[in-house]
Design a binder for this molecule. Structure first.
Ligand SMILES: NC(=O)c1ccc[n+]([C@@H]2O[C@H](COP(=O)([O-])OP(=O)(O)OC[C@H]3O[C@@H](n4cnc5c(N)ncnc54)[C@H](O)[C@@H]3O)[C@@H](O)[C@H]2O)c1
Length: 357
């Protein structure tokens, strides 16, 4: 297959990240219709493979503001104004329109990353991208409506990420659904939905993102990839009358370990983070369909008469006496990114509720 503009965008960003160039800030590479720049600020590339293009940029010793790839289009290079521990990193977060994913996206943008919000929910996704871009004062977020259970939809999202930011450094498989119920009540349809979103989609998203990370690593081995599954404490121990969810989360730890072994040679680490309950998020606290309302309605907590009784019962199981927050999860993500000697792990973030042995 011949090289596409995306391949040149990746090569350009990898050249800009090359330590030989000593560029003080990371860059954002995006595709544009026409450069509109004077010739002396523009490089024109003809009949050159992405690798040769990369090598000529590194040997040139500088990165132009704009590159025209003949017959394909133009690439704009912008020095990122971001600062922070994730400065310049491009992160694709699935299910980021609300809940943990939203909080993770907010934390990562604050830490200097550019974030692709991949979610089914267009309204919330667009609102979040707007508010992140306004708050950051830079192009920090892009919403791409995506169904993580559909390979074609995920491929489009990955292409949009490369088109707008020039690559992907981290994938956070966060999208998830919960359908609780015992063997006497859970339908096959609900079982299939939970399995598709929580388990199969981790394969679909990883399969779509890995070629980009491999391409980046082949050009510039200084640039490493990270894949992080947002798992659950229910991926570490069984969950009564909640087997579809727990089973999907256990399975994803199997994927994490197996992908980790397969991807080590491409400089990609794969880890899972297993949070405790995010009681203040929509999954638990939604006034119509949240788990607190559902558990009160179905009498899941014996003796509970109010929502507060249900909350207190769950809270009492946590040694640290509070629920998990997106900030707790974001700290674990930063750990996974910065720790260079760990892969295939499942890290509990549960306030002491689950301890590994
Ligand atoms: N909330 C908790 O207490 C808790 C605890 C441990 C782990 N987790 C895990 O954290 C992750 C996020 O959970 P949350 O509570 O924030 O959920 P949430 O329900 O608040 O948000 C989930 C997001 O995923 C999106 N989504 C659902 N199906 C999708 C699909 N097919 N394609 C794309 N997007 C889709 C939704 O639109 C939504 O924006 C999940 O993997 C969940 O299992 C949650």
């Amino acid at each position: 297959m011949s090289a596409a503009l995306n391949d040149y965008a990746i090569a350009l960003r990898m050249a800009a990240c090359h330590s030989a160039l000593k560029i003080p800030q990371p860059v954002v590479v995006s595709q544009i219709e026409s450069s509109g720049l004077p010739d002396d600020r523009m490089l024109v590339a003809k009949d050159v493979s992405p690798r040769d293009f990369f090598e000529s940029l590194v040997s040139l010793g500088e990165i132009p503001a704009c590159v025209e790839i003949e017959q394909q289009g133009a690439l704009r290079v912008e020095v990122s104004t971001a600062s922070g521990r994730m400065r310049g990193a491009v992160v694709l977060v699935t299910g980021a329109a609300q809940g943990f994913g939203r909080g993770i996206a907010e934390e990562l943008v604050q830490a200097g990353a550019a974030v692709v919000i991949a979610d089914l929910n267009e309204q919330l996704g667009l609102e979040l991208a707007d508010s992140l871009n306004n708050a950051a004062g830079r192009t920090a977020a892009l919403f791409v409506q995506t169904d993580v259970t559909k390979a074609a939809s995920v491929r489009d999202c990955v292409n949009a990420a490369v088109k707008n930011f020039g690559g992907i450094d981290m994938l956070i498989n966060n999208a998830g659904v919960l359908r609780a119920g015992g063997l006497d009540e859970l339908t096959e349809r609900d079982f299939d939905l939970v399995t598709a979103v929580n388990y199969k989609a981790c394969f679909i998203c990883t399969q779509a993102v890995v070629p980009v990370m491999k391409q980046q690593y082949a050009l510039n081995p200084e640039i490493r990839g990270d894949i992080i599954q947002i798992n659950s404490k229910s991926g570490l121990e069984g969950s009564k009358r909640n087997f579809a969810y727990a089973g999907s989360k256990f399975g994803t730890i199997g994927l994490t370990q197996s992908f980790a072994l397969e991807l080590i040679e491409y400089g990609i680490k794969v880890n899972a983070i297993c949070p405790g309950n995010y009681f203040d998020g929509p999954l638990w606290s939604d006034p119509e369909n949240g788990l607190f309302v559902q558990y009160l309605r179905t009498g899941k907590v014996p003796g509970a008469k109010t929502l507060e009784d249900v909350r207190a019962s769950y809270m009492s199981k946590i040694p640290m006496g509070r629920g998990c927050t997106p900030q707790d999860v974001a700290r674990a993500i930063l750990y996974c990114r910065e720790q260079q000697y760990e892969t295939g792990q499942a890290i509990p973030v549960t306030g002491g509720q689950v301890m590994l042995n």
